[in-house]
Design a protein around this ligand. Structure first.
Ligand code: FE
Ligand code: FE
Ligand code: ZN
Length: 278
């Protein structure tokens, strides 16, 4: 079955996210581990998380995906901002290990803000080495970025460099965001096979653990990060049909981060289920 869901708000609790997912035909979802702009994490009620685990089992959910606050910048030039990123990462991974073991934790590699790509990558590697260790239930995923400003991670080579330099690369993986890679200049519309071949030879498709499904408001290679609804952007519906059915991708979990409320997500999920080939 197609494992698909969308980003849901954590504010009403874990079990409620599971119920919302069910109500829109989703079998997985993504959630922020805390306020998306950073800040303190609310303590998770273990009974609430256990109730969600039961719901997931009863309804054959795929694994979920946790997303770090998007304002974290692990490669900032400011050591205080970097140590805040380290602290958030440590707390969130610890929490996930306990309440939802096996749920990957997705992060944006960050922006090097003038220090240069190499210095940025070194900071990210240093941060990852504080939490990634063998046998940890929580895998950390690096998201492919659009390359706006001084973002790290818009080239497959940059993600491969991070993975190649950490002490325990087996604890890492990648989440591919369709809007971001298209904006970064990987043509998943007219050459999906070619892009996946590049991904495979530079990073390895075995490291790909999740897909963010977003259309893009801006043109190919624009290096912008503006999500559009599925079929309403420069990527277009036909490309998504090929993406979700691609033999190398079809069994991965897909997460919509499109500009929608629940009814819009329900519509996109049913549109995509209708074109997924059994
Ligand atoms: Fe993201
Ligand atoms: Fe994304
Ligand atoms: Zn984005």
């Amino acid at each position: 079955m197609l494992a698909i869901g969308c980003h849901l708000s954590t504010s009403k609790g874990y079990l409620n996210m599971g119920r919302e997912a069910l109500s829109i035909g989703a079998t997985t979802f993504q959630f922020f581990t805390r306020n998306p702009r950073g800040g303190k994490a609310k303590k998770v009620n273990p009974d609430d998380a256990a109730a969600l685990r039961t719901l997931m089992k009863d309804h054959h959910f795929a694994r979920l995906l946790a997303h770090a606050p998007y304002t974290l910048n692990p490669c900032s030039a400011d050591p205080d901002i970097r140590s805040f990123a380290v602290q958030v990462l440590a707390e969130d991974v610890e929490t996930l290990d306990g309440i939802l073991p096996g749920t990957p934790y997705n992060i944006h590699p960050g922006s090097h803000v003038g220090q240069g790509m190499e210095a940025g990558i070194d900071h990210i590697v240093a941060m990852l080495d504080t939490v990634v260790r063998p046998g940890r239930p929580t895998r950390i995923l690096l998201e492919t970025m659009s390359g706006k400003g001084s973002e790290v991670g818009s080239r497959f080579e940059e993600l491969a460099a991070i993975i190649g330099r950490v002490r325990h690369p087996e604890g890492l993986g990648v989440c591919l965001d369709t809007c971001h890679v298209y904006s970064a200049g990987y043509d998943i519309v007219s050459d999906l096979d070619g892009v996946l071949e590049q991904f495979d030879s530079i990073i390895g498709l075995d490291r790909l653990h999740a897909i963010h499904l977003n259309d893009s408001l801006t043109p190919f290679a624009s290096h912008k990060d503006r999500h559009a609804r599925i079929g309403e952007g420069s990527i277009g519906f036909e490309a998504f049909v090929r993406i979700i059915n691609h033999p190398r991708l079809r069994s991965l979990p897909f997460y919509l981060e499109t500009p929608n409320e629940l009814p819009g997500y329900a519509r996109e999920i049913s549109m995509l289920r209708a074109v997924w080939q059994n």
